[in-house]
Ligand binder design. Structure first.
Ligand SMILES: [Zn+2]
Length: 137
């Protein structure tokens, strides 16, 4: 179990997203007017400005768009992780999110662009929200 920092609230745009992590759901938004996929969560559509956004649940599967391996992080919450892969993931529903690819023996050799991954939710030592991370499929 790790000790990544928890989101700080009151923060109205992302509260629903973080609440859904407690049920191991990865959520995104889609505009009811122009169909634009919206992520990260926000009050208005990034394409047309409408506030008529539907909340949807992702299947949690996607592809590594790009990544970098962090070899050392001095933040106490990440210091014990060792080398880890920080990655942009393109979810199949059409949004991109920043996360980590975990569950690999060596992130330098075992993560690659175009790799298929799926979300997992990691419980933390402190805090009620689960952190969405990705593992190879
Ligand atoms: Zn729109």
């Amino acid at each position: 179990m790790t000790k990544r920092p928890m989101p700080q609230f009151f923060e109205p745009d992302t509260q629903d997203f973080w609440d859904a992590t407690k049920d191991e759901q990865l959520t995104y938004q889609q505009c009811n007017l122009c169909d634009e996929i919206v992520f990260t969560p926000r009050a208005r559509c990034t394409s047309c400005g409408s506030d008529d956004l539907a909340r949807k649940i992702s299947k949690g599967e996607g592809t590594v768009y790009t990544y970098s391996v962090i070899r050392q992080n001095r933040n106490p919450a990440f210091a014990d992780l060792g080398a880890y892969a920080l990655a942009y993931i393109d979810l199949d529903e059409g949004f991109r999110m920043l996360s980590n690819v975990v569950g690999v023996e060596n992130p330098l050799d075992d993560v690659r662009v175009g790799q298929r991954v799926r979300v997992i939710f990691e419980k933390q030592e402190e805090g009620e929200y689960l952190i969405p991370l990705f593992i190879p499929i």
